[in-house]
Design a protein around this ligand. Sequence first.
Ligand code: 2AM
Length: 166
Amino acid sequence: MRLFLAIRLSDEMRSALLSAQNNLYDRGVRGNYTAEENLHLTLAFIGEYPDAQPVLDALSGVSFSPFVLELEGMGCFGDLWWAGLRPSAPLDTLVRAVRHALAEAGIPFDRKRFSPHITLLRRASGVMPGVLIGDAEMRIDAFSLMRSDRGRNSMIYTELGRIAAR
Ligand code: 2AM
């Protein structure tokens, strides 16, 4: 199984992101747009791992209080274009705790520095136009263990477990 940990987005946030995607498309930007239901914020990428339970067990000790995330701006990693988030200390703290718990349990994960982003499209054509993303914020009260499978036309993400704030 290909596993990752992510924050799933509220309907309000996904619709703000969908509008930004539509706006880009209307301006002629082509690429592999993330399907609306797949928009998410990755906290840690585990990759191939055989079993979900040890991951959920490792994360059961992660404790965090609900916090708010707000969309802010757009950016890119090469031809991967993303929506950004207003810097959030609680988010950074949560990611540190999640990664620490994985490391302690010996669960491998991509140790690239956390750079919070929500992928809007991959293999984008051309130069990024100045597209405004509508204001949206959401209260984060859980994160999820997700499985990623390659579907016929897009990735299929399945939630295997949720770790709630407390
Ligand atoms: P992204 O966060 O930049 O969109 C499932 O593949 C999710 O994990 C995607 O959201 C993906 O990219 C993210 N991810 C983070 N590190 C990854 C890696 N090394 N390989 C594949 N996906 C990774």
